[in-house]
Design a protein around this ligand. Structure first.
Ligand code: COD
Length: 296
C-alpha cells in the first residue's frame, strides 16, 4: 500500500515518463515544478515561446517542447486538444485564472469531459496519521448535493484503485456525529453510509459519516466520545461537505501541520493538475506524481 509521498513518487516513476501538457507556464514557480519533476514528466508547454524559452534557461530545464500561444485561453484549448489527441498524457494549469482554465476543461465540444462529474482530490501526508489522506472535494464542486457527493466519492475510489488499494475506508466529515435536518451534509452522509453498506460503491469499501474531525483523526477521541466506528484514524478518503470547508482543512494541514500535499482533478478524460500560485515546487512535484499515478 502507498503510505507516503515517497511511495507515491516511486509508484509514478514505475509507470515510465509521461507527457504533461502545461497551459501557460509563464512563471518561474511553474517552471521550477517542472524542473523538479523532469524524471517523471516530459513538459509540453503552451504559451509565449520566447518567454517560455527564457524561463526554461533560468531554471535549467532543457528537455521540453513549446507551442506558441498568444493568450492563456488559446494555450488552454491547444493543450487540451493535445491531451484529447493523445499527444500528451495529462494536463496542468499554469498562469491562467482557475475559472478560465476550468471553463476550457468543461467546454462541451473542445473540453475534456468524460460524462462524469469532475472533482478535486488532494493527497496529503500528515504527520501522525498512519496513511495517506485523500481529501475531496477541496477545489472544484462548490456546494455538492447528494448526487454530486456520490460522484465525488466514486472518483476518489477510482483513483485509489488505480493506486492499488484493495480495501478502502472513507469518512464523511461534519461537525457532529448525529444526523440533523438542519445540516444537509449529515443527511447525505447517512445515505452514503447505507449505499456503501448495500455495495453501491463496490466491495471492500466502508463509508461512515457524519463524523466530527476529532473522531476521524483520533481513535482515542472516538473512544472518549463512545463513537463506534471502524474508520477512526483509518479513513483513506475524507469527504468534505463543500469546497470551502475542504479547502480550509487542506490548507490548515499544510500551513499548521506541515502536511505534504498534491492535488488533481479526477473524472475527466485525463488527470488534471490544478495548482495555486502559492504552491511550492515540491507541491507541484507531488501533484505531478499523483497525476501520473492516477493515469489509467
Ligand atoms: N463536473 C462536470 N461538469 C461540470 C462541473 C463538474 N464539476 N461543474 C460544472 N459543470 C458543467 C455544468 O454541467 C455546465 O454544463 C457547465 O459545466 C457550466 O457549469 P456552471 O454554469 O456551473 O459553470 P461555471 O462556469 O459557473 O463554474 C464552473 C466552475 C468549475 C468554474 C465553478 O464551479 C468554480 O469556480 N469552482 C470552484 C473553483 C475554485 O475556485 N476552487 C478553489 C481553488 S482551487
Amino acid at each position: 500500500m502507498i503510505k507516503s509521498m515517497n511511495d507515491l513518487i516511486e509508484f509514478a516513476r514505475r509507470k515510465g515518463k509521461k507527457r504533461i501538457a502545461v497551459v501557460y507556464p509563464m512563471s518561474k514557480e511553474v517552471m521550477e515544478g517542472l524542473k523538479l519533476s523532469e524524471d517523471l514528466a516530459y513538459p509540453v508547454l503552451f504559451g509565449n515561446s520566447d518567454r517560455i524559452n527564457a524561463l526554461a534557461s533560468e531554471v535549467n530545464l532543457k528537455d521540453f517542447e513549446v507551442y506558441h500561444a498568444e493568450t492563456p485561453k488559446e494555450a488552454a484549448y491547444t493543450a487540451i486538444s493535445f491531451v484529447k489527441e493523445r499527444k500528451a498524457d495529462f494536463l496542468m494549469k499554469g498562469k491562467i485564472s482557475t475559472p478560465d482554465f476550468l471553463r476550457a476543461v468543461l467546454d462541451k465540444e473542445k473540453g475534456l469531459r468524460s460524462g462524469q462529474i469532475l472533482s478535486h482530490v488532494a493527497v496529503q501526508e500528515v504527520a501522525g496519521y498512519e496513511r495517506l489522506v485523500f481529501l475531496t472535494d477541496a477545489g472544484m464542486n462548490i456546494r455538492p448535493d447528494l448526487k454530486t457527493k456520490v460522484e465525488i466519492l466514486k472518483n476518489a475510489i477510482g483513483i485509489l484503485k488505480k493506486l492499488g488499494y484493495e480495501e478502502i475506508k472513507a469518512a464523511g466529515l461534519a461537525s457532529i456525529e448525529q444526523v440533523s435536518e438542519n445540516m444537509p451534509e449529515t443527511i447525505d452522509y447517512a445515505v452514503l453510509s447505507k449505499m456503501a453498506e448495500r455495495g453501491v460503491f463496490g466491495g471492500n469499501f466502508i463509508f461512515d459519516g457524519p463524523l466530527g474531525f476529532d473522531i476521524v483523526a483520533s481513535r482515542e477521541a472516538a473512544q472518549m466520545k463512545g463513537i463506534n466506528t471502524t474508520v477512526s484514524q483509518e479513513a483513506d478518503i475524507w469527504l468534505c461537505p463543500d469546497v470551502a470547508s475542504g479547502n480550509i482543512l487542506s490548507k490548515a494541514l499544510i500551513y499548521f501541520a506541515g502536511a505534504k500535499v498534491g492535488g488533481i482533478i479526477a473524472g475527466a478524460k485525463a488527470p488534471i493538475i490544478l495548482l495555486s500560485r502559492s504552491d511550492t515546487p515540491d507541491r507541484k512535484l507531488y501533484s505531478i506524481a499523483f497525476g501520473i499515478a492516477a493515469l489509467g
